[in-house]
Design a binder for this molecule. Structure first.
Ligand code: CO
Length: 184
């Protein structure tokens, strides 16, 4: 089911998400994440962004593959993901976020990472990621700990963005009232 994406300004995005366990409806969480991500034409979406404080996210690089045919297409589900190790080499990449519409900034992160996560059946996998997969994984993992990519840019850059960030915050207030009204 396509659901609203929580915007910057909502306290939900700043919370620490809980581990997923066998009592959770994992299939439903994953279906909502994929449906909402596809509708928004994004490349990654974490459960807190759809108001579910659980450690899960999905990746689907299709929108990027439409722009760049040489890019490897990737789709993945990551439950209870952890970063085990990182390469010493950092790279810069311009990131955006569906919770921060129209804001794009360069963020420095390690290029290669070693990760552990569970699949939809809660079977554990360990994998080395690099390139776009590694980048999206790190961005989405941050969401599960209440961290946003704008936390990783310079204070000066954030100051420059403050007007636009406040505008999203105002939209977020309207959205919160709307979501609350819908549940009444
Ligand atoms: Co994001």
């Amino acid at each position: 089911m396509v659901v609203p994406i929580i915007l910057y300004g909502s306290s939900v995005l700043r919370k620490h998400s809980a581990e997923v366990n066998e009592k959770d409806n994992i299939q439903e969480i994953v279906d909502s994440l994929f449906a909402t991500l596809k509708e928004a034409e994004g490349i990654g979406l974490a459960a807190p962004q759809i108001n579910i404080l659980k450690r899960a996210f999905v990746i689907d690089t299709s929108p990027l593959n439409e722009q760049d045919l040489t890019l490897e297409k990737f789709e993945g589900i990551f439950i209870n993901p952890v970063l085990i190790d990182r390469d010493s080499e950092d790279i810069i990449y311009r990131e955006g976020c569906l919770s921060l519409p129209d804001i794009f900034e360069e963020v420095v992160r390690p290029e290669k990472i070693l990760v552990r996560y569970q699949d939809i059946r809660l079977i554990t996998h360990e994998e080395e990621l690099d390139g776009i997969k590694s980048r999206i994984f790190q961005h989405e993992l941050d969401h599960l700990d209440g961290v946003l990519f704008i936390d990783k840019i310079s204070i000066l850059k954030r100051k420059i963005l403050s007007g636009r960030l406040n505008k999203i915050k105002r939209l977020s207030k309207i959205q919160n009232n709307q979501i609350y009204a819908d549940t009444l």
